[in-house]
Ligand binder design. Structure first.
Ligand code: KG4
Ligand code: ZN
Length: 342
């Protein structure tokens, strides 16, 4: 009979608990977002994030167990993201996971949250074929991973400054939108062509698989400042000289072009015919369409999860752990939390 795992993810500002049977059968996958809790501060406050995880995690576990309709004797292992993320937040999930593993006498499996993102595809579409190139576009990370098998991969590109998701959130904020910025920017990108303005496409033509998005963010800031100056010196003092929608659409066209072209260039260089895209920013309809069109044009196999599995969730964490469980790769109660990618 297949093993059943309880997954916990408290890496950043979402508390998520899942119950997974086997590698793909999601019995429960519940996520509570804290965005509203941090809105008044204009960004996630780490101390507040850990407190909020602490307030809800036990209730969420109870709800997930009820939804899954099993009791704790039916749990074979506990999966928990132990890196990367906010240390205080990670420690909440890890402490709860350790207590559960200890009291149930079952194995604990520590998971790299970023490595788990591509497993949303396994939940959605079944096993991915190796070798594969994973593009992970999460809020805090933008990574290209060349994966030869489960647990066997090299990071061949990452961001040297801001992640794409972070840049999108910051630019949305610059134009007056609350966190998370991704949905509003994606909406603009679906409504407008994205060709109205020509914003920079950082590192696009450089001989590197790394990314850089902070220059694009600064370009957006300069654009806005220049428009404001021109409008206040004009006779009628209109508020702005631009419409936000086309500006955000053009900005996201730059982000999309960079992600798309660098991913396919890396796939070509490494001779990879399988590509996966995952992470919160992958919930973008614009990005999905761009990757679907380009993969089909090149005849490559694309794995792209449904949007609800792109954003942070504990089912992807349990899914990676299910593969580790099968391979007998367990941790023990000395498992620690690490803020950085290990
Ligand atoms: O993977 P994720 O949920 O969290 C981290 O691991 O950091 O990614 C969060 C990112 C944020 O930048 C957020 O704006 C973006 O995902 N996002 C979206 C959508 N929903 C969340 N981007 C585009 N379209 C969405 N619907
Ligand atoms: Zn994530």
């Amino acid at each position: 009979m297949s093993a059943t795992g309880l997954g916990i993810d408290t890496t950043f500002d979402d508390t998520s608990v899942s119950v997974l049977r086997g590698k793909r059968e999601i019995l429960a996958n519940l996520t509570l977002s804290q965005y509203k809790e941090h809105e008044e501060f204009g960004g996630v406050v780490p101390e507040r994030a850990s407190r909020k995880h602490l307030e809800v995690i036990h209730l969420l576990i109870d709800d997930a167990m009820k939804k899954a309709d099993i009791d704790f004797t039916g749990i074979d292992y506990i999966a928990v993201s132990n890196h990367p993320g906010l240390l205080g937040s990670l420690l909440v999930g890890l402490s709860v996971a350790k207590s559960l593993a200890y009291s149930l006498g079952c194995p604990i499996i520590g998971i790299n949250h970023v490595e788990a993102h591509p497993y949303a595809n396994v939940l959605d579409h079944g096993e991915m074929q190796f070798p594969i190139l994973h593009l992970v576009v999460a809020g805090g990370h933008t990574l290209l991973m060349h994966s030869r098998d489960h647990f066997d991969y090299d990071i061949i590109g990452s961001t040297i400054d801001d992640a794409a998701g972070e840049c999108v959130d910051k630019v949305a904020k610059l134009f007056g939108f609350p966190m998370p910025g991704g949905p509003v920017v994606d909406q603009a990108a679906m409504e407008y062509s994205g060709n109205e303005y020509d914003f920079p496409r950082p590192l696009l033509n450089k001989n590197t698989h790394n990314f850089s998005f902070s220059g694009l963010k600064t370009a957006m800031l300069r654009f806005k400042e220049n428009c404001m100056q021109s409008s206040s010196s004009g006779p009628e003092k209109s508020d702005t000289l631009y419409e936000t929608g086309p500006v955000l659409a053009s900005f996201f066209q730059s982000v999309t072009d960079v992600l798309l072209q660098k991913t396919f260039k890396a796939a070509e260089e490494y001779g990879l015919r399988n590509i996966s895209v995952s992470g919160g920013l992958a919930a973008s309809r614009k990005l999905r369409k761009a990757f679907e069109e380009e993969s089909s044009r090149r005849g490559l196999k694309l794995y792209y999860p449904q949007s609800s599995l792109c954003t942070d969730n504990a089912a992807m964490v349990a899914c990676l752990a299910a593969h580790r469980f099968e391979a007998g790769l367990f941790d023990d109660l000395s498992l620690d939390a690490f803020p950085n990618l290990q």
